[in-house]
Design a protein around this ligand. Structure first.
Ligand SMILES: C[S@@+](CC[C@H](N)C(=O)[O-])C[C@H]1O[C@@H](n2cnc3c(N)ncnc32)[C@H](O)[C@@H]1O
Length: 270
């Protein structure tokens, strides 16, 4: 499955735009860092327990944005190279994390020597990348015992109670014809694992899910929802209005999943 080239299903007899714009985050660069919540502490603890946050080891952060994963990796003592195609995002990333080696390019276009990294991470970014190109590159640039950790925030936990705000969000989503995001649905960890292992180049060594809640006021909902690549300004305004009508603050139930993969040893053909 080539994530970033997902086909566009026709809806209501119409063909939609191919996919949402991967440069949406770049267009909202100034707001991105302050709008996005950090990843849960339990996720970082899991990486630590798995022995993947060893001080001094070399990490590559794919689609780093403004550094939501880069920062904690550096804080844990890793040496971090960050790949980010958006020039403004990359400038913010460099300013916030001057010790990271930031490269402005797509993950598919990166060039590194064999065995350059002990850990590669993709934090809420894997769905933007062409896996056919990416995974074969990772097989080379990871050390033989290296790991590829892929995680994603799911903004709206379908297993949690349905809050009045989520009812209003469902109404907005029902009314709209947003272009599809690339790759499997955000919450579908199984489909993501299938996509990441279909080539036979990587196998899963660990998978975990974390559930968390956030109290957000109308301004915070506006900031966060503006960073969602498939939400229009008008839809964000409706979400903000809903928060105000519901008392000015809402409790959001979110989740994050993580899958850790190892390269499958390549054997010479008999
Ligand atoms: C939802 S943001 C995630 C940013 C950050 N990793 C985080 O956890 O907040 C997705 C990021 O992927 C980047 N991106 C999009 N297409 C990419 C590609 N082909 N290669 C690398 N990064 C890409 C975007 O510019 C954006 O910064």
């Amino acid at each position: 499955m080539r994530h970033a080239r997902a086909s566009t299903p026709p809806r209501d007899g119409h063909t939609l735009d191919p996919v949402v714009d991967p440069m949406h985050f770049e267009a909202n660069a100034d707001a991105y860092a302050g709008a996005r919540p950090p990843y849960p502490a339990e996720l970082w603890q899991r990486l630590r327990t798995l022995g993947l946050l060893r001080p001094g080891s070399r990490a590559l952060d794919l689609g780093a944005g403004t550094g939501q994963a880069t920062g904690p990796l550096l804080d844990a003592g890793l040496r971090v190279t960050a790949i980010e195609p958006g020039a403004r995002l990359a400038a913010l990333l460099r300013a916030a994390h001057p010790t990271a080696d930031v490269r402005i390019c797509r993950a598919e276009d990166m060039q590194f020597a064999p065995s350059s990294f002990d850990l590669v991470v993709a934090a809420t970014s894997i769905h933007w990348m062409d896996l056919e190109i990416l995974l074969s590159k990772l097989c080379t640039i990871l050390t033989p015992h290296g790991r590829f950790a892929v995680w994603r925030n799911v903004f709206g936990d379908s297993d949690a109670e349905v809050t009045p705000f989520r009812v209003r969000i469902a109404e907005i989503v029902d009314d709209r014809r947003a272009p599809p995001r690339p790759g499997p649905p955000a919450e579908d960890l199984d489909a993501t694992i299938e996509a990441l292992t279909a080539s036979g180049l990587f196998q899963v060594t660990d998978a975990s899910t974390y559930r968390w809640t956030l109290e957000l006021d109308a301004a915070a909902i506006g900031r966060l929802f503006r960073t969602f690549s498939d939400w229009s300004p008008g839809e964000v305004e409706r979400a903000v209005a809903a928060v105000n009508e519901l008392g000015g603050t809402v409790t959001e139930h979110y989740s994050s999943w993580m899958v850790v993969l190892a390269p499958v040893e390549q054997r010479a053909a008999p």
